[in-house]
Design a protein around this ligand. Structure first.
Ligand code: UDP
Length: 371
């Protein structure tokens, strides 16, 4: 049989695909990366405007506890010392996040961990349950009623477009609670923003790799698949199988950018808007990710939206219905020996950047072992 032109056709130039392409190219495999967008980099892509790197698909803050992953990304970019310390605006008042001694002071006037713990424990005793079955029960059992109502309920219902009682509990496990005056959102040992923006990392990963933007895999599927021995697919798994077991649900986002003729609009990179009266969940001021001193500033309001086929799918909605459907697609995908599925959309998982990189590296290691 005639050897195909490429070893791997990689569909989707996000982090999973780019890391895969980089690693396989290093192993002398020939890769072609395609993406339907006009640029590469998936959702970490930054667009430069007024000298500011605008996170076009929402704020991306790199963090990891894994030294190997940290060293891996540091091959391609130097990271600054940005620490994510978002604020939350709730009923006209600003509070520090994540939930910590500053938040408790702002909420109740408590000054010691003992005082704050006493309030939280009492509220958990009153409103918590032993085995929380949904996000609301999980939140009440973890941090009590005041925090749930001030910071979580409305934000979460806006974000997911569903009642907190209809959402899976695990979403809220991402929010750390601590009894120190520490506003660092992440508990991880390593954190920062790549100097020069995320495109620096993408360009580094794709150096020496053949790439094509503006290519829609589904428009030319048969011809594209015939180019390579194997396909690495990072798009929506239900679309790959032509929705034969039904459509998975996703949450979409709409970003509204504003240019302001001022140096500093909100004094922080991220401010969350908890109240239902604001349709957006947060305002990002991009320059603060890189301590920018430009004369102007660009802010982005992030509006959660229902997803339909014409929109970008940002978050999988991992409730029971969708997990059941996903299971069928997953079983189907495991039967295909020449297709590798990876990334947030193909694995239908709420992955962070460091987790995607780790999963791509693991996949490469598995394949390399088999030979
Ligand atoms: N969340 C919340 N209030 C906040 C921030 C987050 O209730 O002020 C909840 C919300 O359900 C959200 C989840 O925590 O979906 C994770 O939020 P995070 O900002 O960590 O994730 P991202 O949307 O940036 O992936």
């Amino acid at each position: 049989m005639k050897k195909k032109e490429y070893d791997y056709l990689i569909v989707g130039a996000g982090l999973f695909g780019c890391v895969f392409a980089h690693e396989m190219t290093k192993r002398n495999k020939k890769c072609l990366v395609i993406d339907k967008r006009e640029h590469l980099g998936g959702n970490v892509y930054c667009e430069e405007k007024e000298g500011i790197n605008v996170h076009k698909y929402g704020a991306h803050i790199f963090h990891t506890n894994d030294k190997k992953i940290w060293d891996y990304v540091n091959q391609f970019a130097t990271f600054n010392n940005y620490i994510n310390s978002p604020l939350s605006l709730s009923k006209g008042k600003l509070y520090n996040l994540p939930f910590n001694m500053n938040t408790f002071y702002q909420l109740w006037g408590t000054k010691t961990p003992k005082e704050a713990k006493a309030i939280i424990e009492e509220q958990i005793r009153q409103y918590g349950t032993k085995s929380p079955k949904n996000l609301e029960e999980q939140a009440l059992s973890l941090i009590g009623k005041d925090i749930y109502e001030t910071f979580i309920k409305s934000y979460t219902e806006k974000q997911w477009g569903k009642k907190a009682t209809e959402l899976p509990a695990f979403i809220i496990k991402r929010l750390p609670v601590r009894y120190t005056y520490n506003n660092n959102y992440f508990n991880d040992a390593y954190q920062g923003i790549p100097i020069g923006g995320y495109n620096t990392i993408i360009n580094g990963l794709l150096e020496g790799v053949e790439t094509k933007a503006n290519i829609d895999f589904f428009k030319d599927r048969i011809d594209l698949e015939s180019l390579a021995d194997k396909v690495v697919y990072t798009g929506k798994i239900d679309e790959f199988f032509e929705y034969k077991y039904g459509q998975l649900e996703y949450r979409s986002l709409r970003f509204e950018n504003e240019l302001h003729e001022t140096e500093n609009y909100q004094g922080n990179a991220v401010i969350n808007y908890n109240d239902a009266s604001y349709a957006f969940t947060r305002i990002i001021e991009h320059k603060h990710f890189e301590f920018g001193s430009q004369k102007k500033t660009i802010i982005t309001k992030e509006y959660p939206e229902n997803w339909d086929k014409g929109k970008e799918a940002y978050y999988p909605i991992n409730n029971e219905r969708n997990q059941q459907i996903f299971k069928k697609y997953k079983e189907e995908s495991q039967k295909l020996k020449n297709v590798i599925f990876g990334g947030r959309l193909a694995e239908y998982r709420y992955y962070d950047m460091h987790q995607i990189i780790a999963s791509s590296l693991t996949k490469v290691a598995e394949i390399s072992k088999i030979g």
